[in-house]
Design a protein around this ligand. Structure first.
Ligand SMILES: Cc1cc2nc3c(=O)[nH]c(=O)nc-3n(C[C@H](O)[C@H](O)[C@H](O)COP(=O)(O)O)c2cc1C
Length: 168
């Protein structure tokens, strides 16, 4: 593994990438930095934030680099949605996929993203609020939608760190 490359909008994915790079003693680059510094075919772990199920920047990254693992950062709890994310992003079975819970705060978004998520909070948020038998995961997402939340935790990287250590 030669590098960690990430795409972040509000900073959670960047935070995870830097924590992971530190833990694995591997250099960390944003996609823009990597564009100038990393040659095509470099072995990387790719981290991208999730928008409507799509891992941002993954499509371009997979054309250029040899992706050894993917971390998708979203609102859902760490370790959930792995199958859906793999399918929606057409990630081959041999590449491990890890999902990590990041931060969310509609007030920190701008432009189109703010508009999209304000609608989502009003629709999905209201529907969840009405639900009487919410699972703990739904409770957590509702709380994030209504009050915002900061969920980046080093422990959430345990899965990818164990995978990396087991591979060496
Ligand atoms: C427009 C938009 C769409 C999103 N869609 C999803 C989604 O489909 N699934 C999910 O888990 N999180 C979704 N999120 C939440 C972000 O992935 C989450 O806030 C993540 O932590 C952002 O990472 P960042 O801080 O690196 O930008 C969405 C956020 C925005 C702004």
């Amino acid at each position: 593994m030669e590098a960690v490359v990430y795409t972040s909008n509000t900073g959670s994915t960047e935070h995870y990438a830097k924590l992971l790079g530190y833990e694995l003693s591997v250099s960390v680059y944003s996609t823009e930095e990597a564009g100038n510094k990393l040659p095509a075919g470099t072995e990387i772990i790719y981290l991208g934030w999730i928008m409507a199920g799509k891992i941002q920047g993954y499509g371009l990254a997979r054309k250029k680099y040899k992706i050894c693992a993917v971390c998708a950062v979203g609102m859902g709890q760490t370790g959930t949605q792995r199958k859906e994310i793999r399918e929606k992003n057409s990630i081959p079975g041999k590449i491990p996929v890890f999902t990590l819970q990041g931060n969310f705060n509609v007030e920190k978004l701008h432009g189109m993203y703010k508009m999209m998520m304000s609608i989502m909070v009003k629709t999905a948020g209201k529907a969840l609020e009405k639900k009487t038998d919410r699972t703990p995961e739904e409770e957590d997402i509702l709380d994030m939608m209504l009050h915002g939340g900061e969920r980046v935790r080093i422990q959430n990287l345990q899965g990818v760190i164990s995978w990396y250590n087991g591979k060496r």
